[in-house]
Design a protein around this ligand. Structure first.
Ligand SMILES: *Cc1c(COP(=O)(O)O)cnc(C)c1O
Length: 437
């Protein structure tokens, strides 16, 4: 019997895991090219040829659109900005309801609030963790404007069912594919599966520029509105001829512009995406096979017709087999392992559950979005009665409290030895579980 590290025994692994660091010579040269040129941003916030950005930004947009087989790609300074642009562009009105996911990065659920709309949470699928068609349907009311659907952990949503539902009820789909770069449904890329989609270039994503995001859409009007919101809409409307743009609403513009250096780096990162994806896929295939040999664990499956891009791997934990709570089991596994290089302060990248279901967060519980009087929930425009009570999404609560395990220990350049250490940590805790009782 080996003593568990949580009780002071030796760890399975002492060395840190290798950093996910695929920014190198190519990116350095790209950034240097911009510095040599001397123009660090090409944007002008007025009716001008450069309203749509500088050379690198425009070339990036063309290359991105080509790669993802979509008509328009619009570069912004984060995926959060990208979602805010999308919510504005679809013509969201104060008091509208927008159906959102409870298991996601918070911005995909708070985005409606930026335009005075109300987030309504749908429950997730027990196998795939995206919001389910069944739950969405139950949440549709006369006030429903859109769905912000998240391809969580890198797996595309249930396109067949949810697109049909959206069509039937005339609801717009905003696809948050921030975690799903290179994931596909059939031959279409995540981000392009709904009406408008977003990608992230944040430091933690498959490819990155530190901060950055992209909006993708095949709809000319949505694309035009996103470009306006990105760059001070209000200051250019006169010059661009308001009448030429139908349905102009939400024309408070922001500065969500991407710099030339960011765009130049993004172009290099995009070239690396296919290979980085392959390496993740290979690592997960190995891990999934090995995890299956440990009785309380089951690796999550891939939806039919989809390619998963593995931002994280999801596992199911069965407490009945161990007699130990998932949280304690994971605490013991984490004690056996180490952090990633360059992310030392974040600890071991394994998590019991994912984020706390978002509707349980204070912003929703206390309805503190704008001012101190509960706006927009208390607004004259809002006619619905949304609930954020515990229990509204039982599946996400069960996953979060008992069943789901997520981890990031699958990123290249993890070697077979590195992956084996991860497996061995779980195996050791399983074999020595009596020490936890
Ligand atoms: C990372 C992430 C975002 C936000 O991306 P940023 O580029 O950091 O703003 C949005 N949604 C999901 C699901 C994410 O994982």
């Amino acid at each position: 019997m080996a003593q568990l590290a949580i009780h002071g025994g030796p760890k399975v692994r002492k060395k840190k895991f290798p950093a996910y660091r695929f920014v190198g010579e190519e990116e350095k040269q790209a950034a240097a090219r911009v510095i040599d040129r001397g123009i660090l941003s090409g944007f002008i916030g007025a009716d001008h040829a450069n309203f749509s950005g500088g050379t690198e930004v425009r070339v990036l947009e063309t290359e991105w659109a080509k790669f993802f087989k979509v008509k328009h790609a619009i570069a912004v300074n984060s995926a959060t900005s990208a979602i805010y642009c999308a919510v504005g562009a679809i013509g969201t009105e104060p008091g509208d309801e927008i159906i959102v996911a409870p298991y996601s990065m918070a911005c995909s659920a708070v985005a409606p609030l930026v335009y005075g709309a109300i987030p309504v949470f749908a429950d997730i699928e027990k196998d795939f963790f995206c919001i389910s068609a069944e739950s969405i349907e139950k949440r549709i009311t006369p006030y429903t404007k859109a769905i912000i659907i998240v391809d969580i952990f890198g797996l595309p949503y249930d396109v067949q069912k949810i697109n049909a539902l959206a069509k039937k009820h005339k609801i717009t789909i905003i696809e948050d594919a921030a975690q799903a770069g290179f994931a596909k449904y059939k031959d279409k890329y995540a981000g392009t599966l709904g009406d408008i989609g977003i990608h992230s270039l944040n430091v933690h994503k498959q490819i990155q520029t530190g901060e950055g995001g992209m909006v993708v859409t095949n709809d000319d009007m949505l694309a035009e509105k996103v470009r306006l919101i990105r760059n001070h809409a209000e200051s250019v409307l006169d010059g661009r001829g308001v009448k030429s743009i139908r349905e102009l609403v939400n024309m408070v513009g922001f500065n969500y512009r991407m710099t030339e250096i960011t765009a130049a780096i993004a172009r290099e990162q995009l070239r690396k995406l296919p290979i980085l994806f392959k390496l993740r896929e290979k690592n997960v295939a190995y891990l999934a096979k090995e995890f299956e040999k440990i009785p309380p664990l089951t690796a999550s499956k891939i939806r039919q017709g989809c390619t998963h891009s593995y931002y994280q791997q999801a596992l199911f934990y069965n407490e009945e087999i161990t007699g130990i709570s998932r949280n304690l089991f994971i605490e013991a596994v984490k004690a056996e392992l180490t952090a990633y290089e360059l992310r030392e302060t974040e600890g071991v990248k394994i998590s019991a559950g994912y984020v706390k279901p978002l509707y349980l967060q204070p912003i929703f519980q206390k309805r503190i979005a704008y001012g101190s009087h509960g706006w927009p929930w208390t607004s004259r425009e809002y006619k619905g009665k949304v609930s954020y009570q515990k229990g509204i999404c039982p599946i996400v609560e069960l996953m979060h409290e008992k069943k789901l395990i997520t981890h990031e220990l699958l990123r290249p350049p993890m070697t077979k030895k590195d992956l084996d250490d991860v497996i061995n940590a779980f195996q050791k805790v399983w074999e020595n579980r009596s020490q936890l009782q």
